[in-house]
Every structure is written in C-alpha cells, then in structure tokens.
Design a protein. Sequence first.
Length: 327
Amino acid sequence: MSKAVQIDQNGGPEQLKLVDVTVGEPGPGEIRIRHKAIGLNFIDVYQRSGLYALPMPLQLGMEGAGVVEAVGTGVTHLKAGDRAAYASNPPGSYSEVRVMPAKCVCKLPDAIDFETGAAMMLKGLTVQYLLRRTQPQGGLHAGDFVLFHAAAGGVGLIACQWAKALGLQLIGTAGSDEKCALAREHGAAFTINYAKEDFLARVKEITGGAGVKVVYDSVGKDTFEKSLDCLRPLGLMASFGNASGPVPPFAPGILGAKGSLYVTRQTLFSHITTREATQEMADELFAMVTSGKVKIRIDQRFKLDQVQEAHRALEARKTTGCTIFTL
C-alpha cells in the first residue's frame, strides 16, 4: 500500500485527497520507485482544474526522485537500489511509492540530493528544451536579448542562470520588486515589475527599439498579445504555459503585420518521447547543476497531507523558486 494524492473530479484544491492505493509489481518496461521527494508544478494545477482533461480518478504529480525498488523485464538502464529522478507521464508522483514507465526515469548523479532532483527535473528539462531546442531563426548567440515571463518562478530562476551561462541577455518579468531582485540575483540581465511598469515599453527601451529575438511565455492570456509586440521581425513567440488562462484564438494574419513572426506552443513531453532523448537532455541538465552554473532554489517545502495548501500558494503566486513535497 502507498499514500497518494488523488482527485475524483476536477475543481479547486479542495478536491485533493490523500488516500491509500495498492502498488503492484512493475510490468515490462516499468519500474517501482519509492519517493524521497516530489516536485510541484503548474501542470498539476491544470490537470486538477480540468484545463488539461484526464480520466478520473486521477493521481496527480509529474516529477519526483527516490530509490528504485524493482524493475520489469526489458529495463536495462536502471536496477533495484539505484537513485533516480524523473519528469514523466502519466501523472502519479504525489505518492510514497508508484509503478511507472522507465523510459523517462534517469539515474540521479551522487552529487545531486533527492530534494534537488525532485525540484529540478520537470523545470530544468523545460529550460533545456526552451533555450537549447526552441530557438528563433538563426539561433541564439551570446549578446542576444530574450524575454522570459515569470522569471522568479521555478522554471524562471533556472532559465535566468542558464541564459547567463550561454551569454544571453535575459529580460525577466515578475510581479513584485522582491521577485525582480531574485531574478537579477540569478542572472537576469534586466528585470521588469509588470505590476508597476508596461513591460512592452520597457523591452523596447532596453533593446533600443529593436525588440527581442524570442519570448518564452508560461503566463498565457495576460501576456500573449503584448509579447508579440516585443518581438523583432521574424522573432519567435514560444508559449509553454497558461498560468493566467489559455491564450484566446487569434487571426494568423496579425503575425504578418507584426513582422512575419513565428508562434509555437511547446510541451516538455513532446521532447522526451524516447529514452535516448530524455537521457541526452537530462545529461546536459545534470552537467549544468553539478558544475554550479545552475543552482536549484527550493523555497517551499510541504508534506503530502498539506497538498491543498501547496496548490493554493502556487495559484496565488505566493511561491518563488521551486516547491517540493517531502516524505
């Protein structure tokens, strides 16, 4: 048996219940893992609310770290006793123990502790695919300006550091002076408090009117339209989240009028469809963390039975850095 967080219907944080579930043996291509720490992400909120519809009852959670207890047939990259971490479908990491597909589970380097492993996988792999795989025409080069919304969040703080390591000039937005200061401490070249300033006007000022090569946007509805106007001609709008709600429909013709812009909607799980791709991305993330170029900041810790409180804090934008559940 295992404690696990489950919902029976979509709704608010009050739907989150801690229940007992039966955990069996891993089948072919699967492992059983006992978690030491679990990551909290905005995708969990989307799945709980129903923005991303999934069958019920639903056990939540996309990210965790722990010790492999057993492996099924065909699994060769892991064995019982290995320290491991993952970001993976299907959901289910909000649990003490689970059986899950092995292909997106990676051995965790000894230099990285379980809490860091749980906090970094989904968010760190997201930054990897954004900065390294989701690039504008001509690529990204040292000195280029990029705009990154929600720069003081878990993904944002990793992006600030990674962008600095690449020599990029990251302009980060956040909702308070304190969050802006945090983003600058982690490598943002410029920050904009969108509660006080028009981020479009500031981006134009910072870039001398030229605009940025790419916007990375996890906020969605509230920032999408102005973000398009922050782009230089042939720039890329990379949407990867909906924290303020989904982007409403728009006429593709506006992209031509604004400078023949590119728009893409990205998800991590399109990038980690194979064992090889997952490991390649994870290796680069592990190297950035073990080198010290990227430090994983964990600002909130909750127990699993505090899951409702954790979701409320995340949705109210009261969190900074990463949030984890400890066991």
